[in-house]
Design a protein. Sequence first.
Length: 411
Amino acid sequence: MGLFDFIRQLFFGPAPDRAVVRPEPRANVEQTKPPRVFRKPRLSPLRYHKKKTYTPPENADVGSLPYKLARPYELLRYRSETYHYLDMTQDGDSAKLDHFDLPVFSTPEDIAHWLNLPLGKLAWLTHRFNQSDRPDDVNDSHYAYHWLPKRNGFRLIEAPRPFLKMAQQQILQEILNQIPVHGAAHGFVTGHSPVTNALPHTGKRVVVKFDLENFYGSVNFARVVSIFRSVGYCREAALWLARLTTSAIPINMPFPDGSLRPLLPYISRHLPQGAATSPALANLSAFSLDVRLSGLARAFDADYTRYADDLTFSGSDQFLRSLRVFIPLVNQIIRSERFQVNQSKRRVLRNNQQQKVTGVVVNEHTNVPRKEFDLLKAILTNCLRQGPASQNREQHPDFASHLRGRIAYVQ
């Protein structure tokens, strides 16, 4: 009690009790940040737009047959039964053909002469006289069909018969092999192999792998026509070349388990798996895909390669941290290029696990998996002890060349 309180109490008596009001302690206000909302990344729009329809030249409409096997069409503006023809040999680009050093032709007769075939046989090879340009029956087809079992179903192998095979070989050697593919493509390219595809991904922090579903079946007739058009061929020549290099199965095609659903991707014209021209055409059809994915990889400081339907990306820790944004962008690009991603085969491999790219281990340096090395070692040992014939279980016609190839691959 202080002096002032003592004097006041002496003269006025004790003061009434007053409740001591203490200020309430301030509540601990935690600074909570709003929840982070993940926004789906979006791609910038393309700088070019593809034409969805074909506009023929003004002078293409003719009243008489311009060349043999030209197809008539009914002009709706006349509203009559009169049939006219389109001369589709006038829109070629000879400068492009000269640039790629490609054979020059525009009509079906020119193509038949180039292939050393009668015009009627060329039409027979393309099913020109069949309804819907497809074989009426399996026996009428120019392909031999084989169903190969795989992990989640069956794979259709379409092997061309001798006449069509010779024509496709000539198209491959004199046309398709003259057209360059994208630098990221390593599958079925001269001077490239699974090893060259794996080399850019050696010693990386993370490797991301994608797989394209039904790669050959996704390349339809229109895309093949556009490939031949892009190198300078007129529309008529591009249509005939596309008919020679694509396939449409007959409607009554049997499936091993009796179901029709697996046949749907093969009913329309597509690249046949088994034809010599299909790998080259598939690489050319994926050129735009390779351009866009290579640019995306550079933006994320990553490397990109493609071996047929296997897409591979690799990069450092920074790339690993950005995968949440990177993977949806890759899916968007693949869908916009009209391919499909097999999500069950997507892999993200860090450097603390085995990183395998097209069968090659790339953790520190390119190497074959230990299992394959031990298997080849056992085969060679048994060849010395029991003879090569005892190890040729797959009945290779030239087993010695097969073994030399496997040894060269390991080396």
